[in-house]
Design a protein around this ligand. Structure first.
Ligand code: ADP
Length: 193
């Protein structure tokens, strides 16, 4: 099964995507993690991405799409995967559709975590003490939330129009959210699964 996990910064995508990936039997592919890994290894891709990430801006589509195409082309992602943090722009949705279409497949379901903005800011600022992420300061966080609302929230609604969307309340304990996410995936898998 091919799943997307979407939601604003701090919603818990990374936390729940790992469990989801074990559930569907495919890799957890986080574009944020792939970029941070490239930055840490000082690759050319990392050098290109770094300035956007630190400013809370999206990395340009062509760079991001190429990275995702490479990753999805690896054998472990042939049948199942959980994409975390991609797509985030209309162009990325089109690129992903084209990529999967060429493989005769498509997205099977989208889990969107919802958390109120104030809670998101509080969570990220708490996390910033240990994350060491250059984009976890308050002004950059608020900018990331605005970019999300502007560019990515409409895409979540568009997946709703396709009948693929499962909105999950991302507040409460980690265990509560995990159970809600699991029911959403069971719904995405349909009655035969
Ligand atoms: P968060 O969702 O909390 O912002 P991520 O780790 O998913 O954290 O992403 C961190 C940053 O990496 C983003 O703010 C952005 O700069 C970059 N990034 C991640 N995914 C994408 C994407 N699909 N398109 C463009 N930039 C991305």
């Amino acid at each position: 099964m091919r799943l997307l996990i979407m939601g604003p910064p701090g919603a818990g995508k990374g936390t729940h995507a790992g469990a989801l990936a074990s559930l569907v039997g495919g890799p957890h592919i986080s574009t944020g993690d792939l970029f941070r890994d490239n930055i840490a290894r000082r690759t050319e891709l990392g050098r290109l991405a770094e300035k956007y990430i630190s400013a809370g801006e999206y990395v340009p589509d062509e760079i991001t799409d190429d990275m995702v195409r490479d990753r999805l082309g690896r054998p472990d992602a042939a049948r199942s995967f959980v994409l975390d943090g991609y797509p985030r722009t209309g162009a990325q949705v089109a690129a992903l559709d084209a990529l999967l279409d060429a493989r005769g497949t498509g997205v099977d379901g989208v889990v969107a975590l919802t958390v109120p903005d104030d809670e998101l800011v509080a969570r990220i600022l708490r996390r910033s003490a240990v994350s060491g992420r250059s984009d976890d300061s308050e002004d950059v966080v608020r900018h990331r939330l605005a970019v999300y609302a502007d560019q990515t929230a409409p895409l979540v609604r568009a997946y709703g129009d396709r009948g693929l969307l499962h909105r999950v309340d991302g507040t409460g304990s980690m265990e509560e959210v995990r159970l809600r996410v699991e029911s959403a995936v069971a719904a995405a898998a349909g009655p035969d699964a």
